[in-house]
Design a protein around this ligand. Structure first.
Ligand code: DGL
Length: 291
């Protein structure tokens, strides 16, 4: 028996998933959320899919043990590597971010030339090309791995100051802009009109990306479309939570970066959620019985 008051679990390798969490909160204001940021093992992008799949199963076990009624994999790399395995292993609904992002892009493109930027793991597994072509086989998809964007997002691009100091004799912001130009100029040259932010960290540096792409390219993130899908699932199953006293967000992290999570949560969610560290060993052990 499903408890409608049970929380929804959401996870990512790090901060990026908070952008998905915010879209979920907007669409589902009465729900409770448990967010897990696996920051001790971030980034996922360069890792072998097999390893990331094991992480996904461990974290899903952990969130299921906490009584979650549904789980959102708010990470494209983890969705690509572990969504099918997780859906096979658990009996609660598990939703990833790749199909929703693909759907939003298919709906939006007019010239049917769509770019996708993502981690190496996501690009290598080709999941966006597959998902987009599943919906519209006539769309040209140009995929590019842009892994350095994850570290730029993690280090807080928007807060970077323009100036140079003796300790850093170059402007970090300009350095990031150079990276962005190197990654994005070839995509611009392809004449795309829609760019999928195929990594949930990238909306955190949307400003940097849109500056480079210019106003004629629409940026699409999975967050909004994922939130619509989650709402539709809960509503069809009659599992939406009724307005209550204790809605809200709890954040769990596996690393030691609570200060960073607090800062980004304040910025993205506009609240200061309680943050608790969970031991990685605990999460690892829970995953053992699953696969
Ligand atoms: N946020 C993750 C994603 O959506 C990737 C970040 C990482 O490499 O860990 O793919």
């Amino acid at each position: 028996i499903i408890d409608q008051a049970a929380p929804i679990g959401v996870f990512d390798s790090g901060l990026g998933g908070l952008t998905v969490l915010q879209a979920l909160r907007e669409r589902l204001p009465h729900e409770r959320f448990v967010f897990l940021g696996d920051s001790a093992r971030c980034p996922y992008g360069p890792r072998e899919p097999k390893e990331v799949k094991a992480f996904v199963l461990q974290i899903c076990s952990h969130l299921a043990r906490r009584g979650c009624k549904m789980i959102i994999i708010a990470c494209n790399t983890a969705t690509a590597a572990g969504l099918p395995a997780a859906q096979q292993a658990f009996d609660i609904p598990i939703v990833g971010v790749v199909m929703p992002g693909a759907r939003a892009a298919v709906h939006m493109t007019r010239n049917r030339r769509v770019g996708v930027i993502a981690t190496e793991g996501t690009v290598q597994q080709g999941v966006y090309g597959e998902a987009i072509h599943h919906l519209d086989a006539g769309i040209k998809v140009i995929q590019k791995a842009t892994p350095e964007f994850v570290s730029i997002a993690e280090s807080g691009f928007e807060e970077m100051d323009e100036g140079t100091t003796q300790a850093a004799p170059f402007s970090l912001k300009e350095e990031c802009q150079r990276v962005a130009q190197g990654y994005l100029a070839p995509l611009r040259a392809e004449g795309i009109d829609t760019l999928v932010l195929g990594c949930t960290h990238y909306p955190l540096i949307q400003e940097l990306i849109s500056q480079e792409m210019g106003p004629s390219v629409t940026l699409v993130s999975s967050a909004e479309e994922t939130a619509r899908e989650v709402r539709a699932i809960l509503s069809r199953r009659d599992e939406l939570r009724s307005p209550g006293e204790d809605d809200g967000v709890e954040v769990l992290i596996t690393g030691d970066d609570a200060t960073k999570f607090t800062r980004v949560a304040q910025k993205v969610l506009g609240i200061t959620p309680p943050i608790t560290k969970v031991m990685l060993d605990e999460v690892r052990e829970e995953g053992e019985g699953t696969s």
